[in-house]
Design a protein around this ligand. Structure first.
Ligand SMILES: C=CC1=C(C)c2cc3[nH]c(cc4nc(cc5[nH]c(cc1n2)c(C)c5CCC(=O)O)C(CCC(=O)O)=C4C)c(C)c3C=C
Ligand SMILES: [Fe+2]
Length: 447
């Protein structure tokens, strides 16, 4: 899974006891199953030190100084904490930012190609963007006109992930390469979608454990777009900072719930099949091999209403304890819920419309997705209501076998729906990771 926890940050120079465990998002021994598989592409602090030794770079130089003038000298360098030093690889089988542990900061940004820009300009843009992503994820400066915003910081688990929207293919004359899985999502009765903040030709997801590193990447990506594309919409999100809790935990959302417990995990035998398009033979276009589909929804939380609910009622809405995330039928966060259990009043302990009951794969023909959200807070409305909620991002091999059936079910009777509002929506085809020397989407744009 995209690990939903954030690791405790070791103090600078605190040794490498955390080592591999210190890789972003590898959680505590309490979550042993999550621990077995480090997030794809994560380079641990130990590996960074190994690399540093082999190349003569200091950890600081690996972390943040390459390309910058004021690199600390090798013997005087103060090691970065693991938060700054942690690096995610760009050239991996699946693009970074899918199974990467949740990061503390996120930016989602959609672009439309400019009038007159077509396939050639799009290819050049993806080449520029990939090079920028590679450099910044390695803690280097942008190739041109770096803004210095990330100076002093390490890569901070930066990831940059690129996707294509439905409209991209007609704009570039590539309709024949458009996957059926990108067909527009159906309307849902509870949707309140703002078209201006939905869809887009291109989509970029940026995540990092440092706000300046994330902003730096956002700005570089925007500047790279140049005259080829302009921003259609942009959203900012956050999660808990690494080290904020005594031990790594599954994230909480702005309703206060532990959210992410039942995500599929990479160790599950069907994980790849559920989340990623096979390398070949999927029946879809070959260029999507090793890719995935991202559904993005800005979901506002009606927090004033939610916070008026008694704790017991809040727990009935989800079907889990707010404090621990355990099912209402008992045990701990990871205990399997007893869906048949009734109380002394004869009623189901986990209500029939509880969110955690009706979203289960076994209630939805096996539909599963990897949820990897950011919270958002865009200020307080004129009427004093917080504009806050969840930038819901979920990943699947096929949205018609992931998001769609589950959202249909939620639309028909989810206890949570009274307290949320879907305000914008996007569906993006996210190709596999770029091999060394290649850029993301090259097989589509040059195939
Ligand atoms: C269509 C998909 C989903 C939307 C939209 C959605 C919104 C949403 N969810 C929460 C809070 C929780 N969700 C939880 C579980 C859960 N939710 C979905 C899908 C959607 N959620 C799934 C597939 C699951 C897991 C089901 C399973 O495999 O058993 C939980 C429980 C803890 C957990 O497993 O993560 C919470 C809490 C909010 C607040 C929200 C919109 C704002
Ligand atoms: Fe949910």
């Amino acid at each position: 899974m995209a690990d939903q926890s954030t690791p405790k940050a070791p103090a600078p120079g605190a040794g490498l006891a955390a080592s591999a465990e210190g890789a972003p998002g590898v959680p505590s021994p309490k979550r042993a199953p999550h621990r077995e598989t480090p997030p794809e592409g994560a380079l641990s602090r130990r590996r960074l030190l190994g690399t540093a030794g082999a190349t003569g770079l200091t950890l600081g130089a690996v972390g943040g100084a390459a390309g910058y003038a004021a690199a600390p000298s090798a013997d005087k360098a103060t090691p970065l904490s693991s938060v700054g030093a942690d690096q995610v690889r760009f050239h991996v089988k699946h693009q970074p930012g899918i199974t990467t542990a949740l990061q503390a900061r996120g930016h989602l940004v959609a672009f439309d190609l400019a009038a007159g820009a077509g396939r050639k300009e799009a290819a050049a843009l993806l080449r520029r963007w990939s090079e920028t992503a590679r450099r910044l994820m390695a803690g280097e400066a942008s190739a041109q006109d770096d803004t210095d915003v990330a100076r002093d910081a390490g890569p901070s688990s930066l990831t940059v992930t690129f996707g294509f929207g439905y409209s991209f293919f007609a704009r570039t004359g590539l309709e024949k390469q458009r996957p059926d899985a990108l067909d527009p999502l159906p309307d849902f009765s509870s949707d309140h979608l703002d078209k201006a903040r939905s869809d887009g030709d291109l989509w970029v997801q940026i995540g990092a454990n440092d706000a300046l590193v994330a902003f730096h990447a956002l700005r570089a990506i925007q500047k790279d777009a140049g005259s080829a594309a302009r921003v259609r919409w942009q959203m900012n999100g956050f999660n808990r900072s690494p080290g904020a809790t005594a031990q790594p935990m599954t994230a909480r959302n702005l309703m206060g719930q532990i959210d992410g417990t039942r995500n599929p995990k990479p160790a599950d035998k069907d994980f790849d099949q559920r989340i990623f398009v096979p390398a070949s033979g999927s029946g879809g276009p070959e260029w999507m091999g090793n890719g995935s589909y991202a559904v993005v929804r800005r979901i506002r939380m009606l927090l004033d209403d939610w916070e008026k609910l008694a704790l017991k009622d809040q727990e009935d809405v989800i079907g889990r304890k707010k404090s621990t995330g355990a099912p209402l039928t008992g045990g701990s966060e990871t205990t399997e819920p007893d869906l048949e259990k009734t109380g002394s009043d004869g009623r189901l302990v986990i209500p029939v419309n509880a969110h955690a009951r009706i979203t289960r794969p076994d209630q939805n023909g096996g539909a599963a997705m990897l949820r990897r959200p950011f919270s958002f807070h865009d200020g307080i409305d004129a009427d004093g209501v917080p504009d806050a909620g969840l930038l819901f991002v979920c990943w699947q091999a096929d949205p018609l076998r992931g998001f769609v059936p589950v959202q249909r079910k939620l639309d028909r009777g989810d206890a949570l729906s009274k307290f949320i509002r879907h305000e914008s929506s996007g569906l993006f085809a996210v190709p596999g990771g770029a091999a060394e020397g290649e850029y993301v989407g090259q097989r589509l744009l040059e195939g």
